[in-house]
Design a protein around this ligand. Structure first.
Ligand code: G2I
Length: 472
């Protein structure tokens, strides 16, 4: 099977640098008068710049390139979300029926964890890159095999995935608005919702996305996806996000209604994500297109982040179109600079509203601890909990001065355990735990904020016990 994009796609300067102030939640402990001037520097990496508005900036990653020092250097410096380019696909993870192969995907997940990035899982059910044994199945046998695949893979990565592309590219191109005719579609029109239900049961904390291409503007195909998402929301089929691949070139430029299209999906109550961005071209034209896409995401509160489909042009699935942000030598292109600058203009944009990734209503209402005024930093916690587990988002806010490092302390209830964290380095997994900044989010401008999160089993904590920071 081939992929047809041809048609539509086509400082503050402080004299007290290093001073550490500790502020207990709800109680202010601040030293004598400290004076500051100036404002924080703009962030200098894609990930840090996106984090300033609560978003991520990701890339597709190939496991076999992790031994390339240039590649690994850019990956770990710039990106806060990682998508395995091929390693989580059906042919890679289940080469023989019921025999699972996770080594390459696990390497990518381990790299993501080591650099404090999150992972987008891609993809559980797709008509392409199916193993031969699945291609030869049909009907009930294929349906069962597909659902078993979804269950097994989502279970293997339970608690480690920010969002799964549960179903990829299930709609036909062109004006029909029909489902793509595939072996999966032939198992019955309800195959998509069956896949989403299986994924939710296997990993209740992962956001579940539908992902497609040629749906980046309003057209017959995106209208059909829209109708499906609306229907799923109405009937309670678990779906949390829609991925817009955003593969662009001169034949298929960034649609004029790109932002409006993202916004209309967001209005359905799903998060929107730009999942596979690449834009063929060079120079200013390419840079301007990247600006448009980036600004569109920043302008839509529910746009959680942007993932580019590879690091250097030479890493791209369509390398000849030089569609990425770094050249073959790993140098930053004009498109990189325009993207970074656009992200850095985002300081005042509204952070995305997150959809609770849970099937059952939260058993613990969101709890916040009031930010202590005048402290070095404060931290506010919100919880989404379900029977047996929870996801916590913590907003760390700098006080009247910029900070360069921070740490948040809290105590997990007895019997609860931390399973993983993102945008922070965790110490401890039960009882008293601490979360320190990672390389790209230590610096917070005066009055600014950043977010990190963690996941655990048992019952959620309801408050932070303190926030400590070094002044910048
Ligand atoms: O086609 C671009 C993307 C469209 N949306 C879904 C994505 O999953 C898709 O990614 C591409 C990968 O970038 C390619 O790397 O999916 C292709 C397969 O449909 C990937 O190509 C495959 C080649 O077809 C294989 O021959 C090769 O063994 O990559 C494999 C690993 O390099």
């Amino acid at each position: 099977m081939t992929h047809d994009f041809a048609r539509v796609r086509g400082r503050s300067t402080s004299r007290l640098r290093g001073v550490v102030l500790t502020v207990a939640a709800g109680a202010v402990a601040i030293g004598a008068a400290i004076t500051f001037s100036g404002t924080a520097d703009a962030a200098t990496t894609l990930g840090a710049s996106a984090a300033a508005s609560g978003r991520y900036f990701g890339t597709a990653v190939a496991a076999y390139k992790l031994s390339d020092a240039t590649y690994l250097g850019i990956l770990s410096r710039e990106f806060t979300m990682v998508t395995p380019e091929n390693e989580m696909k059906w042919d890679a993870t289940e080469p023989s029926q019921n025999t699972f192969s996770y080594a390459n995907a696990d390497r990518i997940v381990a790299q993501a964890v080591s650099q404090g990035a999150r992972v987008r899982g891609h993809a559980l059910a797709w008509h392409q890159q199916q193993p031969g044994w699945a291609q030869s199945l049909s009907g009930t046998a294929l349906r069962s095999a597909m659902l078993n695949h979804v269950t097994q893979v989502a279970t293997h990565y339970r608690g480690q995935i920010y969002a799964w592309d549960v179903v990829n590219e299930a709609f036909a191109d062109g004006g029909s608005g029909a489902r793509r005719d595939s072996n999966l579609q032939q198992t019955g029109n309800d195959w998509i919702e069956a896949a989403f239900r299986a994924a939710r049961a296997a990993d209740p904390a992962a956001k579940l996305c539908y992902n497609d291409y040629n749906t980046d503007g309003q057209n017959a195909k995106s209208n059909a996806v829209y109708a499906m998402v609306q229907d799923f929301k109405t009937r309670g089929v678990p779906i949390d996000c829609v991925g817009f691949q955003s593969h662009f070139n001169s034949a298929s430029p960034v649609p004029s209604d790109y932002q409006a299209n993202l916004q209309r999906f967001a209005a359905l109550g799903v998060e929107v994500q730009i999942t596979e961005l690449d834009i063929e071209g060079s120079g200013t034209a390419q840079a301007d297109s990247y600006t448009r896409v980036t600004q569109a995401c920043l302008n839509v509160a529910q746009c959680a982040g942007i993932t580019v489909w590879g690091i250097r042009d030479t890493d791209s699935w369509r390398a000849s179109g030089t569609p990425l942000l770094f050249d073959g030598s790993g140098n930053k292109k004009a498109a990189y600079t325009s993207t970074l600058n656009t992200l850095n203009g985002a300081g005042t944009s509204v952070p995305p509203t997150t959809t609770p990734p849970v099937t059952t209503p939260p058993t613990t209402p969101p709890v916040t601890t009031p930010p202590p005024s005048g402290g070095a930093c404060s931290a506010a916690l919100s919880a989404n909990a379900w029977t047996g587990g929870f996801v916590i988002t913590v907003k760390v806010t700098a006080g009247a001065s910029a900070v360069s490092t921070w740490s948040v302390a809290l105590t997990l209830p007895s019997g609860s355990a931390l399973t993983n964290a993102w945008n922070a380095q965790a110490t401890g997994s039960s009882g008293a735990v601490q979360f320190a900044n990672v390389s790209y989010n230590g610096r917070i401008a005066a009055g600014g904020s950043t977010e990190f999160g963690f996941q655990g089993t048992g019952t959620p904590p309801t408050a932070v016990s303190g926030c400590t920071a070094s002044l910048a």
